[in-house]
Design a protein around this ligand. Sequence first.
Ligand SMILES: *[C@@H]1O[C@H](CO)[C@@H](O)[C@H](O)[C@H]1NC(C)=O
Length: 178
Amino acid sequence: MLLANVLPVVALAATTVLADGKAITAAMATIKADTVQLGASVSSLAGDLLDVLTVLPIAGESLGLLADIKKGAEVADKSAPLTQDEALGLASVTVDLAAQVNKTLEILIAAKPKFDGLLVVSPIIFLNLEAQREATTDFGNKVVAKVPKDLQAIAKGLMQPIDDGFNEVIAAYQIKLL
Ligand SMILES: *[C@@H]1O[C@H](CO)[C@@H](O)[C@H](O)[C@H]1NC(C)=O
């Protein structure tokens, strides 16, 4: 009787913890998919024919990415502490995400001259990037907080290139005030 009562609770606890690692992984997969899509959209812009209407969907995708990063932070915040295995599983997902973020941010840096002709577009992208950097830092901190203590420094290290990338792209889009 006692065992019968305890077992389901243990099983439930195990599933819950597993589900949290999975939920954070799923959030990262969504963020990655958004990032891939944004990079593809920016790449596909034909240089000379840009007008605001052509670029509008990109602003929408960029805002969608921001929303998904914020959702990810919420998921991480609500997550139970991750097990060692979950944290290690998340490491490869993070490396993968960082590689994609790098690609998309490089595409954005390369596309900056295309956007400059459309006066309002670069500042909009700039503001979005700042908001995304802030949301990403928040997401990263919340994930790291759930990683076992002895793996936290490694987790931070894996996320650092994403932060560096944001700094790079934001510097490129920064309005130079003389
Ligand atoms: C992308 O990665 C390369 C190689 O590590 C690095 O030199 C570059 O600064 C990164 N760019 C961005 C925007 O993160």
